[in-house]
Design a protein around this ligand. Structure first.
Ligand SMILES: [Zn+2]
Length: 446
């Protein structure tokens, strides 16, 4: 792969010191960052390509730490329903979801990947059924993805066992494939959907394979109600008792964590939270994820959009904004999480949550060249001493102009390079129509 120099840009490295270079540069070669610096240290090259980006902010690619990419098929289809309660989820998602077939997944995930990449997301963490189809479509898009094989038992023991062995096969198979796809386990939500025995078996398998587990936790009152009634423990405490926190645990939502629950996260070797502020707000729940307290306790907190039925958008710049606003509202304090920190949560903290911080999340020598350039010459980006705040509170994923993943240029001048957006969109439109016609037929039979 060729060597590239990006220069004349404002560079947010998101390194430990949050170093920013005005009029700076970043270079990469063979998919890895080879240097960054201010204008005065601009290297002479030679480079295969030099790209001058005045008026652009160049930074590490954004990391969407929680979504379900196939669920774009449900966009705008669950309005007026909370997706953080079993009832709301079952009525608006699970019922039509039963009509999904494997061939629906590729076109849906391809569209989601295109939307994510075009708005600056270079890595996403997904959890759903049809993991193989998701992995195939994500791999074709060139984006980096942690794909957690979704396991839902729903009271059917044989189904749970069968799903577990399929999840193991998925992990074995994906391990040998392209390094941009990282297989994990994905219990949907503890106790409500999966039995204690199955959860224990999942932990044992995740530890054996050295992979993470991505699940929903304390998203709605049911998680805690269920375990409180059964064991007198919160869901987090019950999971801890079952050894869950021995492995890497990446938990989405976490609206209902007690101080003791937070202490369990903080004491665990590799536990993190995907704070999905928009999805939480939209659910109508009065509470919000205690992101500030989690961070103060030393827990890694990343940001996620959740599915685009619960959010309707994959725009991680908007998600940073909502995450910041919700934290202000929850704590009753103006901006308890700074814009600089929100950007870290959408980059390096996301990388830490996924166990990939040695590889991605900041622009530092030796890391993968997952880089985005945001065009700040348009409306909303006027002169400021605080570019981070302008990005978070006035920016948009629609201003992402260029994207590289592992040094591969996936977006150039807002146009997908590896794939054709129009083709992806028309394939998706056909799939969408077929899927919902199938749902309607099933409803007539039922
Ligand atoms: Zn979710």
């Amino acid at each position: 792969m060729s060597s590239v120099l990006i220069f004349n840009a404002k560079i947010l490295t998101v390194d430990a010191q949050n170093t920013v270079f005005e009029g700076g540069w970043v270079s990469f070669s063979d998919g890895r960052v080879t240097g960054t610096g201010p204008a005065a240290t601009l290297p002479a090259g030679p480079f295969d390509e030099t790209i001058s980006l005045p008026g652009h902010l160049v930074m590490p690619g954004l990391i969407n730490a929680h979504t379900h990419s196939a669920m774009v098929l449900f966009r705008g289809r669950s309005e007026g329903q909370s997706l953080l309660t079993m009832d709301g989820w079952y009525n608006s998602i699970r019922e039509p979801e039963l009509s999904l077939i494997g061939s629906d997944i590729g076109p849906a995930v391809a569209l989601s990947c295109a939307e994510m990449v075009l708005s600056g997301t270079t890595t996403f963490c997904d959890q759903y059924f049809f993991a193989e189809e998701i992995a195939a479509a994500a791999s074709q898009s060139g984006v980096r993805a942690v794909i957690a094989y979704g396991i839902v038992q729903l009271g059917n023991e044989a189904r749970g066992a069968d799903e577990l062995s399929k999840a193991a096969a998925f992990i074995e198979q994906q391990r040998s494939a392209d390094g941009r796809i990282i297989p994990w386990f994905g219990p949907h939500a503890p106790y409500v959907d999966n039995s204690e025995d199955l959860l224990r078996a999942e932990v044992a398998m995740a530890v054996k394979y050295g992979v993470g587990m991505h699940l929903h936790m304390a998203a709605g009152p049911e998680d805690n109600e269920h375990t409180m009634a059964q064991y007198g423990l919160t869901a987090t405490q019950a999971l801890s008792r079952d050894g869950f926190f021995r492995g890497r645990v990446h938990a989405a939502h976490c609206l209902d964590l007690s101080d003791d629950d937070i202490a369990i996260f903080a004491a665990a070797p590799a536990a993190s939270v995907a704070y999905c502020a928009t999805a939480g707000l939209r659910s109508g729940r009065a509470g919000a994820c205690p992101a500030v307290k989690l961070k103060q306790s030393g827990v890694v907190v990343a940001l996620g959009t959740d599915n685009v039925a619960a959010n309707n958008s994959y725009d991680m710049i908007a998600e940073m904004r909502v995450a910041g606003l919700v934290a202000s509202h929850r704590e009753g304090v103006a901006q308890p999480i700074s814009s600089v920190e929100l950007i870290r949560m959408a980059t390096i903290e996301g990388a830490r949550a996924l166990g990939l911080d040695h590889e991605i999340g900041s622009l530092e020598i030796g890391k993968a060249a997952d880089i985005i350039a945001i065009d700040m010459t348009g409306p909303g980006y006027s002169e400021t001493p605080d570019v981070e705040t302008v990005l978070v509170y006035s920016g948009s994923g629609r201003d992402v102009a260029h994207v590289w993943v592992a040094g591969e240029n996936l977006v150039r001048d807002r146009v997908l390079q590896r794939q054709n957006y129009a083709t992806i969109r028309s394939s998706y439109s056909a799939t969408y129509a077929e899927f919902w016609a199938r749902v309607e037929r099933a409803r007539k039979v039922a």
